[in-house]
Ligand binder design. Structure first.
Ligand SMILES: [Mn+2]
Length: 403
């Protein structure tokens, strides 16, 4: 060995030693321990956050994947994400069967900085609740009737699991909370990744089994209460159930609240109509309406106020069509409509639901094939659900008995 190369080797060794000075390397690490990358996805306050979130198998927000469905599956959880890859009820662009996979991909960077939600002052992933990604409900693409039953059965199986965490006590009074459900039980919350909007009919059938008739907050550019004779013409019994009519059927079946003081509400409506009769039919289905353009007059604060006044503190189901957001921000959807809300506006409105009893939720009509290379739509969908899960994590599904 020449003197120069031996010196170079020595210098390299010295520099390696110097580079490691100041780090705690005296402690013996377990063989399988790798500090970086693959750090825990949700570190505590002031700990390392920026791990390689682009690696590994993709679940929603890097949540643990649990095989929740099936006879022997008994894993308890508090909030579960589940996909419903169904898109054979669409009227225009198909492709929402790939929504669950797309939303999960869009959620990868959600927790790059740790997951703490500044405006809501909560980290939903570290709020003491057990959150899991249950994968997808198996859904046949060959038979809508069968698929709709599969979605109801899958959702119901999860909804009637015992929760991982107890309801606990009211933070203000210290009194024990009791469930707000109709069956008196404490149910976990399910966040469903659609799928076209048809899936909400079987989801509401499942919700009814625990909560009875429920109020719905529905963000969408379309009504989705259309009579089957109007939307699609109902050439067959099965064709009558689609992504523009499921709320009509939900209302007919008594799944949603409908009365003078108990109502549901749409937000971001801007669809064309067959005529004013569509609004009369929407009224009869039990819905109030907030038009997309109202954001120019009453703003996000006015919209939040209207929603809160409509649903009160009753149990409420939240359904979000990604087409409520303007196609400039979320182009990858089944039936895009211009003139919608920005992603920022929808997120602000969702945070305004803080404190409401949202029993379960969904996001639908994400069709990733029409997205930009920058994943605009799937990122928007993931971020919207981040606000939803943050609101859920802050408010338990309980009430106190007033003496
Ligand atoms: Mn819809």
């Amino acid at each position: 060995m020449q003197l120069t190369s031996a010196f170079t080797l020595l210098a390299t060794l010295v520099s390696v030693v110097v580079a490691h000075e100041g780090h705690d390397h005296d402690m013996q690490m377990p063989l399988d321990y790798v500090k970086f990358p693959y750090q825990a996805a949700y570190p505590g306050d002031n700990e390392v956050t920026a791990d390689s979130i682009f690696s590994g198998i993709t679940t929603f927000a890097k949540l643990p994947w649990v095989k929740c469905l099936g006879k022997e599956r008994t894993e308890a959880f508090d909030i579960a994400f589940i996909g419903a890859p169904f898109d054979t009820g669409t009227s225009y662009r198909p492709g929402a069967r790939f929504g669950p996979a797309g939303i999960r991909a869009g959620s990868r960077r959600l927790t790059l900085y740790g997951g703490y939600n500044v405006p809501l002052a909560v980290n939903p992933f570290m709020a003491g609740l057990k959150l899991v990604d249950c994968g997808d409900i198996p859904v046949t693409p060959y038979d809508n009737k069968y698929a709709i039953q599969q979605i109801e059965d899958g959702h119901k199986e999860l909804l009637h699991r015992p929760t991982f965490s107890p309801l606990g006590n009211d933070t203000l009074t210290g009194k024990p909370l009791v469930p707000i459900s109709a069956d008196g039980k404490h149910h976990p919350r399910i966040i469903t990744l659609g799928g076209d909007h048809t899936i909400v009919l079987p989801l509401l059938r499942s919700i009814h089994s625990a909560y009875g008739a429920i109020s719905v907050i529905h963000f969408d550019s379309h009504l989705d209460t259309w009579k089957p004779e109007v939307f699609g013409g109902a050439p067959s019994q099965q064709a009558a159930i689609n992504h523009g009519t499921y709320f009509y059927w939900a209302s007919q079946e008594g799944l949603i609240s409908n009365g003078s003081s108990i109502a549901s509400i749409h937000g971001a409506i801007r669809t064309t109509l067959s005529g004013p009769a569509d609004y009369a039919n929407d009224d009869a289905s039990g819905f109030q309406r907030i038009e997309a353009r109202e954001i120019d007059t009453i703003g996000t604060a006015g919209i939040i106020k209207k929603i809160r006044e409509t649903v009160g503190d009753r149990p409420v189901y939240l359904s979000i069509d990604i087409d409520s957001i303007d196609p400039a921000f979320a182009p990858a959807t089944g039936t895009p409509e211009t003139g919608g809300w920005s992603t920022r506006e929808l997120r602000t409105i969702l945070r305004g639901l803080d404190g409401l009893h949202i029993v379960s939720a969904d996001i639908v009509e994400v069709a990733p094939a029409y997205d930009t290379n920058a994943e605009l739509t799937t990122m928007a969908a993931a971020d919207v659900l981040y606000e939803v899960v943050s609101v859920m994590a802050k408010t338990p599904l309980g009430k106190i008995i007033v003496d």
